[in-house]
Ligand binder design. Structure first.
Ligand SMILES: Cc1cc2nc3c(=O)[nH]c(=O)nc-3n(C[C@H](O)[C@H](O)[C@H](O)COP(=O)(O)OP(=O)(O)OC[C@H]3O[C@@H](n4cnc5c(N)ncnc54)[C@H](O)[C@@H]3O)c2cc1C
Length: 473
């Protein structure tokens, strides 16, 4: 049972308090309604670096189970002029799900049905709260795979993945979320529900609204169902790890591999990240000659996988690799890749982290890595870089003390310098995490004259501006 928001919080006063009370009285059909201040606080932020984005106090949280309940919540918020913040698991890294003062958080985490899995048509229909890994497990039962694999696959929702167009390790070969998205059901800002897209593999009738909603970060509507493409489970991969004395040599190897073949994984870790991983789990990564490690996989059938990673090893050696290791043993491959998977947790052990996700053209990777090293030296902060080298999508991760205002400021300045460097190199402010509110200040520099057009699209779909205002666009 909802209760008056002004109880014990002291936030909802005057006009905003009255609006909140009217909203609550109007939410009967919106599923579970939560106003407990402690619960609201835990649903008010995402995983963006502490102190880096504004976090407001929501008026209420609803956790619907059905599309009709989402519609009721959106209609109530629209009637009372209350901003809506859509939310999945809250694992976003750019403040996209951060609450706005007096907002209604509509969290789709309880909409967890796998509505349909159709092995003959290689597709699945899911509610938005289903976790990425849960779809993966269900698909594996039919010898199938859902390709997009953000590192958060065990806890992020498919609705959140669609809303951010999430990427991951396998995207270099199999594409990002949008490439696996066939259709959507979306609740629009006026509370109407619309179906866009289709379940066929091909289809060009009308504008591609499915692609438009994908990556719109909850600013155009709330995803209540997604039709997703599945693929046959690829064969077990063979794996390569190669070490380099310079980022330039690693960059040259990445360029050669990318020009010659389509690796299933092509990742990179810099010296600072290697040192952090070594500190967390000693495994000999701190040898003098290792400045950068490159990891690659091939999932070609049978013996072709090992042959392909050996060919990649040849490219690495020609580019100056100091050591290459290849294997088609599953356990050994997992062990090699484990160092890469430990990158983010290892950096998190050093302090608060501000994880960036700039993306640059492949040829600019060495310039980006060298530039980030220089920014780290200037700022006096630890910045470890790892990421999806085959996509040019890097995660320079700034370590800082969130309790020290001076250090928070220096982290913010270093972050801005990295984003500006990526833009100078012809890159983008966000390769996969989304703009949220964290990257909004840099958007003009990337979108330029196209930003008014983007805003016109937002106004056409959300004229009153209730859907996640102040985010993404
Ligand atoms: C350890 C870690 C590793 C990560 N690794 C990756 C990675 O490899 N690749 C990657 O791309 N991201 C990664 N992320 C970021 C994050 O997991 C993704 O952005 C993910 O897609 C967010 O899903 P979520 O359910 O947590 O959404 P939330 O964080 O709750 O929301 C994200 C955005 O989507 C909107 N949204 C959520 N649900 C809906 C809905 N139903 N309808 C409309 N809008 C909605 C929100 O308003 C917000 O703007 C990582 C995060 C962490 C913490």
């Amino acid at each position: 049972m909802a209760r008056d928001l002004s109880d014990g919080r002291g936030a909802a006063t005057g006009e905003s308090g009255g609006r909140a009370a009217r909203l609550l009285a109007d939410l009967e059909r919106a599923g579970e309604v939560v106003t407990d201040p402690d619960v609201l606080a835990s649903y008010s932020h995402d995983q963006a670096g502490p102190g880096m984005v504004a976090v407001g106090r929501p008026a209420a949280l609803v956790r619907p189970r059905r599309t009709a309940e989402v519609q009721a919540a959106v209609r109530a918020a629209a009637r009372h002029g209350v901003p809506i913040v859509p939310r999945g698991a809250g694992s976003g890294l750019s403040g996209g799900a951060a609450a706005i003062d007096g907002c209604l958080v509509i969290c789709t985490e309880r909409m967890t049905d796998l509505v349909e899995l159709d092995p003959a048509s290689l597709c699945a229909r899911v509610q938005p709260g289903l976790i990425n890994a849960q779809l993966g497990e269900a698909a594996a039962g039919h010898g199938l795979r859902y390709a997009p694999d953000p590192a958060s696959f065990e806890f992020s929702t498919l609705g959140g993945n669609v809303a951010t167009n999430a990427g991951g390790l396998c995207c270099v070969k199999y594409g990002v979320t949008r490439d696996s998205l066939l259709g959507l059901e979306v609740v629009l800002a006026d509370g109407s529900a619309v179906r866009v897209g289709r379940r066929t593999r091909k289809g060009v009738a009308g504008y591609d609204l499915t692609a438009l909603f994908c990556g719109s970060e909850g600013t155009l509507g709330i995803v209540t169902e997604a039709t997703l493409r599945l693929m046959p489970e690829p064969p077990a991969p063979a794996t390569l790890a190669a070490s380099f004395e310079s980022v330039g040599a690693a960059g040259a190897a990445i360029a050669r591999i990318s020009a010659a073949m389509a690796p299933a994984v092509l990742e990179l870790m810099d010296r600072t990240t290697l040192a952090a991983v070594e500190r967390m789990a000693p495994q000999g990564l701190d040898d003098e000659g290792i400045a950068t490690l490159v990891f690659a996989c091939s999932d070609a059938p049978g013996a072709a996988a090992l042959a392909e990673v050996e060919r990649m090893a040849g490219f690495c050696e020609a580019a100056g690799a100091t050591l290459t290791v290849t294997t088609d043993e599953a356990a050994e491959g997992r062990m090699l890749m484990n160092a890469r998977r430990q990158a983010h947790p290892a950096l998190e052990r050093l302090g608060a982290t501000l994880l960036d996700d700039v993306s640059v053209p492949l040829g600019a990777i060495p310039a980006l890595l060298e530039g980030v090293e220089a920014i780290g030296a200037r700022s006096g902060l630890t910045i470890g870089t790892f990421g999806h080298a085959g996509d040019g999508n890097m995660h320079p991760t700034i370590v800082y003390d969130a309790a020290d205002p001076g250090e928070v400021e220096r982290a913010r300045a270093a972050f801005a310098a990295i984003v500006e460097l990526a833009l100078e190199l012809g890159g983008t402010v966000s390769g996969e995490h989304g703009v949220g509110s964290l990257k909004l200040p840099f958007l003009d520099d990337e979108l330029g004259a196209a930003r008014p057009l983007q805003r016109a699209i937002k106004r056409a779909l959300d004229p009153a501006g209730v859907m996640n205002p102040g985010k993404a666009i």
